[in-house]
Design a protein around this ligand. Structure first.
Ligand code: ATP
Ligand code: MG
Length: 258
C-alpha cells in the first residue's frame, strides 16, 4: 500500500550562538524514517527527548526558523513543501499538539472549531465533533481559561478531526484524560483509520501504542531503531533491535525487567 506520509532520513539541526562567536550545533534528530499508510494507525514510541514532537513539527513545517531540516518528507506521493504544508494543515493534515497552550486564549471554543466559517452545516459538524468527546454545546461558549486540562485536550482533538483529515498527527493526545476518555479518543483514531485516514500516534506509552496501533515505530535519541507490527509487542517475538526488546521486557506484565 502506498503510504500517505513517508519520512526518509530526516534530520533536524539547531544552531545556537554561545558566548562571542561560539557556534553550537545541536542535532536532536539524526536519522528518522517511517511510513504512515492510509487506513492504519502508526504509533511512534520513544522516551522523553527522543525527537517525537520535533518529527510532528517537521511534518507540519512548524519548526522554529533556526532549525535546519535534512532528508525528505512526502505526502500523498509528492514532496511536502512548506507551501503545500501551509495549504493542507488544518484541513487535510491535522495536528493534535502536545500542549494545550496551542488553543487561542482569546477565542471561544466554538469559534476555534469553526475558524471563521459560517453556515448550519459547519455548525452541526463542530457540535457533533464536541459531542463525540463528551462536550455539550455549552462548551462552545467557553474560553480556554474556563476549561479543565482534560476538556482543553478534548477540544484540541475535536478541532483536529472536524474536517475529516486524511492524515492525523497526534502528539501525546491522552495525558490528562481519564481511562474512559482516553479509550474513547484512541477508539476514535481507529475509526478514523477505518474510514481511510492515516494516523500517526505519538506516545511514550508502549502499552497504549500496541493496543491501538497496527504498527509501532521505535525512536531512540533521534533515530529510528525499529518498525514492527504492533503484535510483536504483545509477544516479544519479531523485535529485532535490543532496545525494542528492552522496552518490551520493561512492561508491567513482564515483571519490569530491564
Ligand atoms: N527549538 C529547539 N532548539 C533546540 N533544541 C530543541 C528545540 N526543540 C526541541 N529541542 C531538543 O530536541 C530534543 C527532542 O525534543 P522533542 O520535543 O521532539 O522530544 P519528545 O520526544 O517529544 O519528548 P516528550 O516525550 O518529552 O514530549 C530535546 O532534547 C529538545 O531539547
Ligand atoms: Mg513531545
Amino acid at each position: 500500500m502506498e503510504p500517505i506520509l513517508s519520512v526518509e532520513h530526516l534530520s533536524v539541526t539547531f544552531t545556537r550562538y554561545g558566548r562571542g562567536l561560539n557556534r553550537v550545533e545541536l542535532n536532536p534528530i539524526r536519522e528518522l524514517s517511517l511510513a504512515v499508510e492510509p487506513g492504519r494507525v502508526t504509533a511512534v514510541v520513544g522516551e522523553s527527548g527522543s525527537g517525537k514532537s520535533l518529527l510532528a513539527h517537521a511534518v507540519l513545517h512548524l519548526l522554529p526558523r533556526n532549525a535546519r531540516v535534512g532528508g525528505s518528507i512526502h505526502y500523498d506521493g509528492a514532496p511536502l513543501t512548506r507551501e503545500r504544508a501551509v495549504a493542507l494543515r488544518g484541513r487535510e493534515i491535522a495536528l493534535i499538539p502536545q500542549g494545550v497552550t496551542w488553543l487561542d486564549p482569546m477565542m471561544k471554543v466554538g469559534d476555534q472549531l469553526r475558524r471563521g466559517r459560517g453556515g448550519s452545516a459547519v455548525r452541526d459538524r463542530c457540535r457533533a465533533a464536541l459531542e463525540r468527546y463528551g462536550l455539550g454545546p455549552g462548551a462552545e461558549e467557553l474560553y480556554p481559561f474556563q476549561l479543565s486540562g482534560g476538556m482543553a485536550r478534548r477540544v484540541l482533538i475535536a478541532c483536529a478531526v472536524v474536517d475529516r483529515p486524511r492524515l492525523i498527527v497526534a502528539d501525546e493526545p491522552t495525558p490528562g484524560l481519564d481511562v474512559r476518555a482516553a479509550g474513547r479518543v484512541l477508539g476514535h483514531f481507529r475509526e478514523l483509520a477505518e474510514e481511510g485516514a492515516g494516523v500517526l500516534f505519538i506516545t511514550h506509552n508502549l502499552g497504549l501504542a500496541r493496543t491501538v496501533a497496527h504498527k509501532v515505530v521505535v525512536f531512540r535519541e533521534g533515530q529510528t531503531v525499529d518498525e514492527v507490527p504492533a503484535r510483536c509487542f504483545q509477544t516479544g517475538e519479531g523485535l529485532t533491535h535490543p532496545y525494542s526488546h528492552a522496552l518490551w521486557r520493561a512492561m508491567p506484565e513482564n515483571d519490569f525487567e530491564v
